[in-house]
Design a binder for this molecule. Structure first.
Ligand SMILES: Cc1ncc(COP(=O)(O)O)c(C=O)c1O
Length: 651
């Protein structure tokens, strides 16, 4: 009887992965009765085999004949574990094929043969393969091994701040074991595995050094005001009049002598848009209607194609928009998102937190970080046909972070056609659209290209913009928006529901977004000063983009592509063989070794390139060119001094 239902499951395997996940879930729930003693972490745990897999196997008869089914069950359960961090006990029971209550390395070896190799950390695999005797593992030992097995790839280790936190602070030993019920084993395993390089190990060490009084030049993050960029006066003036009680601000007789007339006028208008509750109250979940209309007007003018306020969501920076859209897109551990490699790591972070998979498409460094249709098709085919994944979305970042390229219209057409052809939702991250320093380059929005490219009429697209970048740099205000284009109205209502669960985005950010998309007009009193302030920032960024790249390229062994846009250079570094050996000896990525050495020697804090993804064998780092010009010049000299010392050290 049970055999029949088991083979029915096996039959369904070939029908669809989803079907098996669902039916297997029900199957396991029916027959694997979780023990009431199941406590994870430090507490007692009973593997009570008579209620677990023994029950399955006893019904299956001769286990040697059902090996393919056990293999399939292990793979499915492993997939579930990887994406949710749950099901550790069931996995243990499925590996314990003789239902002894303990497992052997031999049983784990059998398990390793059945599951996707790319999910298992190499070091954890080695432990199993190199175990000389067939030790019996109890559940707690298995849990500890599982943590190792799902620990991020050593190539990304330097980005995993929390796992290296103690070490970064100079504490050599991680405290093992916890008396808390909410611990390393019981917490969300997706969060445990999530990476975020931009605030990773190097930054934690930099903060520790800063706390000891060392001067640190932070070039790890695109946070302009933190490194000396002045806020643009117009924005701050309007914001302050929106926030101030009317009697101290817009209604005060002195206001006209303290503020330009158009600032006062704009503040009055914005206060009306916000309504009598003022800037301290929740707003509509999608954002204040008038501000969304400002955004829609801006997009219409920019693209020469209509944009509707109803399709705009104001969000807490682009980050919140990206997170909400990915939350709405990802439904299973087979869902995947194509992201550029190198990428801005918010994508990999959210994808892994949601338990989905990333499928990288490589940008071609030798070709200005361009893309080819062939690369996209090959990556998709491998993901779909070899790995059985479903591609839900495709991300482009234009201008690129960390790569700094401005995408050509042709590249955008390739992407739009590719997504339209395969029915993939395109996510266009365009937060650097104003940061273009190459006079021969122009920003084209993905929406404009999609609308104007034959065959892309039905392309589903979400575009993101932010008040954190451009010439504004008001990162802390958390302003931004997303525009939905060709998105199913039902999905749109669900995104509205999701936005509602967060009540609304910050009013500060909403106001900032309205100001970003509707700056003062020619003829208005603030206009001249506004244009001057913007231009000063722009020209300085342009100079810094060039001087940083030129400075890096002047160092023997370092080379960087031109920073056409955005705020970063992403150079590669030729590493002496001895440095590579040293990194391997310390179980570090070579770029982590390099960046840590740079930090300790010079106080310059950059991010190892491996945190963004790069081709195998490449070593490099990402640095912003945001420090003020004098500071940046010093940093360039220091890059050179450090590189020479590094070469001498590892000669
Ligand atoms: C490419 C890209 N997208 C999105 C963001 C998120 O920006 P924010 O959430 O501040 O709008 C950043 C921040 O650096 C970025 O570089």
């Amino acid at each position: 009887m049970m055999l029949r239902s088991a083979s029915a499951i096996a039959r369904r395997v070939s029908v669809s992965n989803r079907t098996i996940t669902r039916s297997l879930g029900a199957f396991i729930k029916d027959i694997v009765v979780p023990s009431s003693h199941e406590y994870l972490g430090q507490r007692a745990f009973s593997t009570a085999p008579q209620k677990g897999t023994e029950f399955i196997f006893s019904r299956l008869g001769d286990t040697s004949k059902i090996t393919p089914l056990i293999a399939k069950l292990q793979q499915e359960c492993w997939d579930g574990y990887v994406s949710t961090g749950r099901g550790c006990q069931t996995l243990f029971q499925l590996i314990d094929t003789d239902s002894s209550g303990t497992i052997t390395w031999a049983e784990i070896r059998f398990f390793l043969e059945n599951v996707r190799q790319s999910d298992i950390n190499e070091d954890a695999r080695k432990i199993v393969l190199e175990a000389s005797h067939d030790h019996e593992l109890r559940f707690a030992e298995f849990q500890a091994w599982l943590i190792k097995a799902t620990r991020v790839d050593p190539g990304l280790k330097n980005t995993f701040a929390s796992e290296n936190y103690n070490k970064s602070l100079g504490k050599l030993h991680e405290v093992e074991g916890s008396t808390h019920s909410w611990n390393k084993h019981t917490m969300s395993q997706n969060l445990r595995r999530m990476q975020y390089a931009v605030r990773g190990e190097i930054v934690i060490r930099a903060d520790a050094l800063a706390a000891e009084g060392k001067k640190i030049i932070y070039t790890n993050i695109g946070n302009p005001h933190a490194v000396g960029q002045k806020p643009i006066s117009y924005y701050r003036q309007v914001l302050s009049l929106c926030d101030l009680p009317a009697e101290y601000g817009v209604d005060n007789p002195a206001v006209m002598s303290s503020f330009p007339s158009d600032v006062v006028q704009r503040a009055i208008e914005m206060r009306e848009a916000i309504g009598p509750s003022g800037t301290g109250a929740y707003t509509n979940s999608q954002g204040i209607a008038k501000f969304r209309a400002d955004v829609a007007h801006f997009i219409t003018e920019r693209d020469e194609h209509i944009s509707l306020p109803s399709n705009i969501f104001l969000t807490n920076g682009a980050s919140a928009a990206i997170e909400n859209v990915l939350t709405g897109l990802i439904g299973s551990n087979r869902d995947s998102v194509m992201i550029p490699i190198p990428q801005y790591p918010i994508y990999s972070a959210i994808i892994s937190r949601l338990g989905a998979r990333q499928v990288g498409y490589y940008l071609d460094e030798d070709n200005g970080w361009g893309i080819t249709e062939r690369e996209l098709e090959e990556r998709r085919t491998a993901a779909v046909e070899r790995d059985g994944l479903e591609i839900r979305a495709f991300t482009l970042i234009n201008p690129g972070n960390p790569t700094g390229q401005v995408m050509s219209r042709e590249d955008l057409e390739i992407i739009c056609k590719f997504c339209a052809k395969h029915d993939i939702v395109l996510l266009a991250d365009e937060v650097y659209q104003k940061n273009i320093y190459d006079d021969n380059k122009e920003f084209f929005s993905a929406k404009k290209v999609a609308i104007e490219t034959p065959g892309c009429e039905n392309l589903q697209l979400v575009s993101f913009h932010s008040t954190s970048k451009g010439l504004i740099g008001e990162c802390g205000r958390r302003g931004g928006y997303m525009e939905l284009h060709n998105i199913d109205p039902y999905v749109q209502t669900q995104l509205y529901k999701l936005a509602s669960s967060g009540l609304c985005s910050g009013v500060d950010g909403q106001m900032m977004t309205s100001l970003m998309v509707r700056p003062p007009l020619p003829g208005e009193e603030s206009h001249t000063q506004f244009v001057r302030e913007e231009l000063e920032i722009f020209l300085s960024l342009k100079r810094r983009a060039r001087s940083l790249v030129d400075g890096l390229n002047a160092i023997d062994g370092i080379s960087s592509t031109k920073a056409e846009g955005a705020m970063y250079a992403f150079p590669k570094v030729e590493m002496p063989p001895k440095a590579l050996q040293e990194a391997a000896r310390h179980d570090q990525t070579p770029d982590n070794l390099y960046c840590m050495s740079l930090l300790e020697e010079t106080g310059i804090c950059v991010v190892p390139a491996s945190g963004f993804g790069q081709k195998d064998g490449r070593v490099g780092f990402r640095t912003t060119f945001l420090p003020q010009e004098e500071e940046l010049e010093k940093a360039i000299t220091e890059f050179k001094r450090h590189h020479e010392l590094f070469l001498q050290k590892y000669a």
